[in-house]
Write a protein that binds this ligand. Structure first.
Ligand SMILES: [Zn+2]
Length: 197
């Protein structure tokens, strides 16, 4: 505990510890400790504190040194509170920003997948929709459209058996359509893997 004494709060003069010794042990204040201002015209003084098994000096010093917060201290405390508030606000903004970024990443990944799946047959650079994707016929549909004409012609000529190798009793047009998309998917895969063997 700090034992140095602050100046007198009334007049600013130094202060000292004192003990009541006058009047002998018959005096009820005998042995009472106090702190008083060193200025004889001030009379700034603390109440008595008796030693009850502990040293009263540090307790008296702590009490004497207690001061109402100065304007500067009050200002510093309110500035510290303001800094804390601003830091919390900034942390919240960073959190929101990270959240938005991860949302954006997810959206970009979804759009990337959609783009890969729905590649346009006839891309028009610079005419992307707001999601950054091309509209119009997909490449897969275009491949299927190319294949269906040949499949119908070959089936009519008895050179193609729609749905061959598949055990189903769907109408022949459904089998031809399914064949067209199987060929389209094979073309998409070959194109993607650049498999030209
Ligand atoms: Zn004083």
């Amino acid at each position: 505990m700090r034992e140095e004494l602050e100046p007198c709060p009334f007049c600013g003069t130094t202060a000292s510890h004192g003990v009541v010794t006058e009047g002998g042990e018959a005096n009820p204040d005998f042995g009472g400790h106090f702190i008083q201002c060193d200025n004889p015209n001030c009379h700034g003084c603390m109440g008595l504190r008796f030693a009850c098994g502990d040293d009263p000096k540090p307790h008296l010093a702590a009490a004497w040194n207690t001061r109402a917060p100065t304007e500067a201290l009050t200002e510093r405390a309110s500035m510290a509170a303001e800094i804390e508030r601003l830091e919390a606000e900034r942390a919240e903004q960073w959190r929101l920003r990270r959240e938005r970024e991860s949302e954006r990443d997810i959206n970009a990944a979804v759009i990337g997948e959609l783009k890969a799946e729905n590649e346009p047959a006839f891309p028009r650079p610079g005419f992307d929709n707001p999601a950054g994707m091309q509209d119009g016929m997909s490449l897969r549909d275009w491949f299927a459209g190319q294949a269906i004409g040949a499949i119908i012609a070959a089936t009519s000529a008895g050179q193609h058996w729609p749905g061959a190798g598949r055990d189903d009793d769907r109408p022949i047009q459904d089998k031809m359509a399914a064949d067209a998309y199987r060929i389209a998917d094979a073309l998409m895969t070959a194109r993607e893997t650049n498999d030209a063997r």
